[in-house]
Design a protein around this ligand. Structure first.
Ligand code: FES
Ligand code: FES
Length: 152
């Protein structure tokens, strides 16, 4: 199929099999390798992007469901090479180690921050509940997100 969708504000298109996973379309056809594959089964959140404004695991979404849709990936957050505050906070709080979970964590965290909800410990934990990290023990990530929330 010819897939046409908006990615990070740009109209993009690609010839892809209808059942090709959005994660693979992004990484292989659109050269956006920020979203990562962890489990490939919808469990880890490493592949999370925003689809039509919702946080979604892109490994579970076939291309055929994306026609005319709108996607924001981690590449769409940094503007002009300048990191978003939440990305900067991950750096400063050592919230990233191997980095596989980081793009999905940042997309989930930014979603919470933009929702206007308070970044209480409970709200941050709930917002990141779908994102698994095998490296950091989570506390540094939570500290990073809460620091950004406190500064807003
Ligand atoms: Fe998609 Fe794990 S790779 S949820
Ligand atoms: Fe390695 Fe989170 S930093 S999985």
């Amino acid at each position: 199929m010819k897939l046409t969708l908006k990615v990070n504000g740009d109209q993009r298109s690609a010839e892809v099999p209808a059942l090709k996973r959005l994660l693979d379309v992004l990484r292989e056809d659109l050269q956006l390798t920020g979203a990562k594959e962890g489990c490939g089964e919808g469990e880890c959140g490493a592949c999370a992007v925003w689809i039509n404004g919702q946080l979604v695991n892109s490994c579970l979404v076939p291309a055929s469901q994306m026609e005319g849709g709108e996607v924001v990936t981690i590449e769409g957050l940094a503007q002009g090479g300048v990191l978003q505050p939440v990305q900067q906070a991950f750096l400063e709080h050592n919230g990233a180690q191997c980095g596989i979970c980081t793009p999905g964590m940042v997309m989930a965290a930014e979603k919470l921050l933009r929702s206007g909800k308070e970044t209480t410990d409970a709200n941050v934990r709930e917002a990141l509940a779908g994102n698994l990290c095998r490296c950091t023990g989570y506390q540094k990530i939570i500290d990073a997100v809460r620091a950004v929330g406190a500064a807003r």
